[in-house]
Design a protein around this ligand. Sequence first.
Ligand SMILES: NC(=O)c1ccc[n+]([C@@H]2O[C@H](COP(=O)([O-])OP(=O)(O)OC[C@H]3O[C@@H](n4cnc5c(N)ncnc54)[C@H](OP(=O)(O)O)[C@@H]3O)[C@@H](O)[C@H]2O)c1
Length: 242
Amino acid sequence: MLFLYLLAMKKTILVSGGSKGIGRAILERFAREDFELITCARHAEDLEHLAKAFAQARYPTPHTFVADLSKKEEVLHFAAEALKITGKIDLLVNNAGAFRPGDIAEEPEGQLEWAMRTNLYSAYHLTRALLPTMLERGKGHIVNICSIASLKAYPQGGSYSISKYALLGFSKNLREELKDKGIRVTSIMPGATWSDSWKGVDLPRERLMEAEDVAKAVWCAWDMGPSAVVEEIVMRPQLGDL
Ligand SMILES: NC(=O)c1ccc[n+]([C@@H]2O[C@H](COP(=O)([O-])OP(=O)(O)OC[C@H]3O[C@@H](n4cnc5c(N)ncnc54)[C@H](OP(=O)(O)O)[C@@H]3O)[C@@H](O)[C@H]2O)c1
């Protein structure tokens, strides 16, 4: 009985794509606040490494699921399994996403469809699957990890940038819709941030941001009083865009 009560009191965060990079840094930040942690990724071995590293750090054990969120049926299955854990999600972070460079005229056929499925539809379907429980409780917080590419066109941005503009559009509409429902919505637009996406790039460490700083921004947005919402956060490396 006491166990069920404590589980209900504990806050739950779901971060999509939490095995690496920004998603993992967000999980670590909230692990330190003793949240119940739920995440997913496509590669099981990365999720196993995550669980081992969290055990070594004496963080709460994350609930991990293998799911490809570019596929609607896998999004819905993941959402249903996630809801079985505590029956509620207090904070949803739509983070899963991927970058492939390309100019519109030259990128491979199908790149737009791939980018929209991976960076937009994943967040749209996951949010719609989890929203009913937030609406029932009249509380919750949804953070969408957009990008500077949601605000600005740049060479080789192509379909990635189009999908990130769309994600920001999704996030703004959601904010408007949920204003009077007790549910906060935050769009975060990070600039270049060290993660696997930048593996092998020959740049000084300080030229990009650290994933932990994006995680801190998520924490600050979460840690507001009930009458305030952080609608948008734009973050760039101190030296500016690359
Ligand atoms: N790093 C930057 O400079 C930067 C800047 C602005 C915005 N962002 C955004 O921040 C988010 C995280 O990026 P990151 O740089 O941290 O990337 P990352 O290190 O490559 O991590 C991406 C995470 O998402 C998961 N993922 C990717 N595609 C997925 C799919 N189809 N289904 C489920 N999980 C998937 C990955 O695991 P699997 O590969 O195993 O699926 C991984 O856990 C993305 O939305 C990205 O667009 C990044």
